[in-house]
Design a protein around this ligand. Structure first.
Ligand SMILES: [Fe+2]
Length: 423
């Protein structure tokens, strides 16, 4: 392995491990919680469905010829199946139109690398959804605004292209949340939109200010508190949306998975009884509960196997969430999963290539990784002999395994693809 790919491998594995350290499985769980008291004066919700996609990482097909440079970047990336980008995006949009949810949330990293052309091309596709009468609620992620590496790829090289700033984002996505917002923050792209008279979505943006990506500012916190006070006064339920995670799904996620001042936002959400937070950014399906029982659901990336989108149903006094694989074409879904698997296999193989059963060891790691990214550690087939052999290697892998084993021991449920809240 060359030095650059070794460093990249370490970053990838470290980031996977970072997700694992303090995750306690709560997925697939029903929380019939203390919310009864806090919502007793609120009216019942009336059969509302919300779909969510995050980390689409869409690239305008005109920005790549699929040549060597792009291929190298995709193959050495984090497992996003960019070769299926157009097909997966189109399939998702068709499914949204067919299912006709009450709203569609896009929680950031809408584009591959922030290129203006990718934003415009995707916004054009979204028009079919809004034309069908389905409100789209869009939020930028850390890959969407003022990205210096926005590029067009051709052959074995690339040329830099324009990204967009916050005001252009507002122009391009004006019909996707902003023009119908009941309130907007002057200092960020945060806003509130109403899905039903008693249900609001509070979109909190921490990626607008150039050079300050991942920082929730005091002025936006003031906006949030004002909106939460108003919602409480109006007895309207609030669902929060961020791109980065509100909760630390692991002890190490402060290194880029959450945002600065997340604790202040959590305090407000717990004080004003926000129903839950929806996020993405990790490219791993995961659910986390705060010490006081506040729930965050981080949906996996649309472009990474198993290519989940979230489907949320709210009815009466019950909310159910389900992560649903988007791809229906079997060949495409096998290719996307195979890509993620092979990516992990290749990294693992580099760690154990001198061992006699290197293929078994690398395959075991790849299976393990695919299941964890899918939010299904319950599907991992543990093999004590292969575990033992990995323990003898000088790598991150045994730590990864141990952290997941500890996580599974700490909780009876490890299915992060489903969740129910009743009150
Ligand atoms: Fe992303």
């Amino acid at each position: 392995m060359n030095r650059k790919s070794l460093i990249y491998t370490i970053i990838i594995i470290a980031s996977i491990i970072s997700i694992l350290l303090v995750c306690f499985g709560i997925g697939g769980k029903t929380s019939d919680s203390s919310k009864v008291e806090q919502y007793k004066e609120y009216s019942d919700l009336d059969n509302i469905s919300i779909w969510l996609a995050t980390d689409i990482h869409y690239i305008d097909p005109n920005l790549t010829d699929g040549g060597e440079y792009y291929q190298r970047m995709v193959e050495s990336g984090d497992g996003k199946y960019m070769y299926g980008c157009e097909e997966i995006t189109d399939e998702f949009i068709s499914q949204v139109i067919e299912a006709h949810p009450s709203a569609l949330i896009l929680s950031g990293d809408i584009t591959f690398n922030g290129a203006r052309d990718s934003h415009i091309a995707l916004a054009n596709k979204l028009k079919a959804i809004s034309d069908a009468g389905i409100p789209v609620i869009a939020l930028p992620g850390n890959h969407d605004l003022t990205v210096g590496r926005a590029a067009k790829f051709s052959g074995d090289s690339y040329e830099l292209v324009d990204s967009i700033d916050a005001s252009e984002f507002l122009d391009i996505y004006s019909d996707y949340g902003f023009s119908n917002a009941v309130a907007r923050d002057d200092t960020s792209l945060s806003y509130v939109t109403e899905i039903a008279p008693n249900l609001r979505v509070l979109v909190v943006d921490v990626n607008t200010v150039p050079g300050m990506s991942g920082i929730l500012t005091n002025s936006t916190l003031d906006f949030v508190e004002e909106q939460l006070k108003q919602a409480k006064e109006d007895k309207a339920y609030v669902i929060g949306v961020t791109h980065q995670t509100l909760l630390e799904h692991s002890e190490l996620t402060s290194q880029g998975m959450t945002f600065i001042n997340n604790d202040k936002l959590l305090d407000l959400y717990e004080k004003y009884d926000v129903l839950m937070n929806l996020s993405g950014h990790m490219h791993i399906q995961h659910i986390k509960e705060s010490n006081d029982g506040f729930v965050e659901i981080a949906t996996g990336a649309l472009m990474t196997a198993p290519n989940y989108h979230g489907e949320i149903s709210l009815n009466g006094r019950r909310m159910t969430y389900k992560a649903v694989p988007t791809i229906t074409d079997e060949k495409l879904s096998v290719a996307a999963e195979g890509f993620l698997w092979t990516n992990a296999y290749r990294q693992a193989m580099e760690l154990v290539e001198t061992q006699d059963n290197s293929a078994d060891l690398a395959g075991y790691f790849a299976d393990f990784n695919v299941n964890y990214i899918a939010g299904r550690p319950d599907l991992i087939q543990w093999d004590s002999e292969l575990n033992k052999q990995w323990e003898e290697t000088d790598s991150f892998v045994p730590v990864y395994f141990q952290v997941v084993a500890d996580e599974m021991e700490a909780s009876k449920q490890q299915n992060f693809s489903e969740y129910t809240i009743k009150w």
